[in-house]
Design a binder for this molecule. Sequence first.
Ligand code: FAD
Length: 282
Amino acid sequence: MTMESHQLSIEFFPPKTAEGVEKLRSVRTQLAALQPQYFSVTFGAGGSTQQGTLDTVLEIKREGREAAPHISCIGTSRETLHGLLEQYKAAGIRRLVALRGDMPSGYGTGFANEFRYANELIEFIRAETGDWFHIEVAAYPEMHPQAKSPQDDLQNFARKVKAGADSAITQYFYNADAYFRFVDEARKAGANVPVVAGIMPITNYSQLSRFSDMCGAEIPRWIRLKLASFGDDAASIKAFGLDVVSELCEKLLAGGAPGLHFYTLNQANATLEICRRLGVSA
Ligand code: FAD
């Protein structure tokens, strides 16, 4: 099974320093060799990275590559969102990843909360810009941590599709069966859009543990135990991580996943190696 007939997209966060900007340029050049459909750039809820997201997206676009900004609604006013959509339209951006977002801690309650959930943001984008943007939304095969139940979360996903989402990217996961079941159930609930699998390469155990606790992604026990057993042996963690994640990707593609979206954390090597194993030549 190869990636040739599948979608590949690659995610970055906006760098905060001049050094980070330089490094991302080099990472992007390496990853561009994989010919992804687009690069996406995250957005800090409440607008905390707004300028960084815009600058990074415009730079990618100037390089002649497709860029998809993430846009989140919690803590962001209608006026700000309207302005952002106009800027993206003017820059020829045709794809957005639309999210509710999470407020960074320490924001208190003094932020704008004109939107409560992502489906309201999608309705707003469609009302403001019609069909201009291809809208991606988030999906959670292992359930969003704040959802009341998996059924409720699935209904929410269906609501986002009904509001106008064209396709979805999942939170990362290491249980392929959770993904396949989610896609089946989403179809039965009438949410019949492509659900691209979000892939988090494993390169650093403590960082992965922290992220997974926050976003509700399960690291299966056997993977956790193995990673913990390597201690400070970074080379073994990387080698094991590459095997596990490449096999997961193969299984997902063989089982019908329409594509893969890599959470790169602005690093190139693991994504390059996993794609090489999947038969994508850089
Ligand atoms: P929603 O779809 O609004 O769902 C949020 C929660 O509310 C869920 O538990 C849902 O079940 C529940 N819910 C929804 N509607 C209702 C309703 N009407 N009544 C009751 N409950 C409801 N975060 C960022 O800050 N910036 C980013 O750039 C970013 N990029 C991401 C990219 C991807 C591909 C993914 C998967 C996540 C990303 N996130 C990002 C994280 C995301 O913002 C968080 O997971 C956030 O907590 C939920 O966003 P959402 O769009 O999925 O929210």
